[in-house]
Design a protein around this ligand. Structure first.
Ligand code: COA
Length: 147
């Protein structure tokens, strides 16, 4: 299954996939549209699909010399098949080709699946933000990967 950059034609599918996942980051349709505006700050949005069905995607943005992974979602029915790992590996390759120095992210402390994926992908826990998330109130764990 090839990984490709997302386009404006994918917005409805991106929204549907993240809405179906409680622990994913949740954006509005307007926020997804803004990624593709000609004057928008550079972002990387990659997705993987099977027979035109979206199975997973990620979004990252540059912050100074580093990059932030803003969202990563794999469809519930397609989890534990390596898609999350493949999407991350593709992102690492793209960032290295752009001389990206590091990639960081924040995740809910209770999100065991995501944390296990990030740790397996060699991210290192670097910090915590106490009671950062609401509904439910919870710490954010910050991870960083040197590219
Ligand atoms: C987190 C998520 C993206 C993982 O995607 P995935 O495609 O299932 O991940 P992979 O198949 O590449 O898993 C790689 C490794 O991560 C770990 N892992 C993934 N899901 C796990 C789970 N539910 N429990 C424990 N470990 C898990 C395992 O070590 C796994 O390797 P293994 O299958 O050989 O044991 C997916 O569960 C998801 O979309 N969750 C909801 C959205 C979300 O929370 N996103 C993160 C926001 S910060």
């Amino acid at each position: 299954m090839p990984i490709r950059p997302a386009t404006p034609a994918d917005i409805a599918a991106l929204l549907a996939l993240e809405r179906a996942s409680l622990t994913a980051g949740h954006w509005s349709g307007l926020q997804y549209q803004a990624i593709f505006e000609p004057t928008a700050p550079p972002r990387i949005a990659l997705l993987e699909e099977e027979e035109s069905t979206l199975l997973g995607f990620l979004i990252a943005r540059p912050l100074g010399a580093e990059w932030e992974l803003e969202n990563l979602v794999v469809a519930a029915a397609a989890r534990r098949r390596g898609l999350g790992t493949r999407l991350l590996d593709e992102l690492f390759g793209v960032l290295r080709s752009q001389a990206g120095a590091a990639l960081f992210l924040e995740v809910r402390e209770s999100n065991r699946a995501a944390r296990a994926l990030y740790e397996k992908s060699r991210f290192i826990e670097v910090n915590r933000r106490k009671l950062y998330y609401r509904d439910p109130l919870e710490d954010a764990v910050m991870y960083r990967l040197i590219l």
